[in-house]
Unconditional design. Sequence first.
Length: 280
Amino acid sequence: MKEYVAGMTWGEGPRWQRGALWLSDTQGGKLWTDHDGPWRGIPLDAVPNGLWFLPDGRLVGAMMHQRRIGVWTGEQFDTYADLSAVATGPLGDMVGDPHGNLYVDDVGFAAHAGEPLRPGRLLRVAADGAVHVAAEDVEFPNGLAFVGDGRTLVVAETTRQRLTAFTVADDGALTDRRTYADLAHLIGDDVRPDGIWSTQDGVWVATTTGHAVALVRENELVTSIDTGTLLPIACCSDGGNRLFVTLADTHGLPLGEAMATKAVHTTVALLEVPKAGDTS
């Protein structure tokens, strides 16, 4: 089994595609992958946050500080969709549906620049490139995932310590906002959800300062995996029973201080988790 350990600062948006792992190093300015063989970081002038693969196999990224969706050319992210007319802050995580529609976080404020917290939004990029505001007043939107039959979209609200669900209407609009899981209640007061990943068994949540990766269903904690002193940032599966989790080591410093001084290092853990219905 491969180990993904070298050189990453802050690993976001892990995605598994055709036997290769991809992730964004938002603080180190690189795109990491083993697509071409060895695990390597590709330096970028503009770095994505969330990553996703379109139905035709192309990799797209939410360009964090440029308010656009980029499409990977093998060397850089060219513009796929311009979000500057609607985005109010940095872009965060991203998820897509089988029809090529993308949903992306408009975080609303730049935490790294010391801006005060203000509500963000969820933006929808249709397959034809049209951009719409899908939901307003989402507090620090982070990880995104479709659950069930794809008619429910779940977003991690980091500062609210919860997962929030929306019903996806036929036209892609997000309606019927509701709490999917109150993570502070289910897991603990230190939880700050970042990346999430949906499976048949529920939604995996990387809790960062909660020091755990947890599997939750609607208002139910299924299981939790302790990560010790490491902070789980984001996660994804390979479609089977392997879960990739990016883990940050702040070397004992508070997270904010470690991020500001880049005294943080990310590795990737591969966890074996049972498939749905597997009780062995």
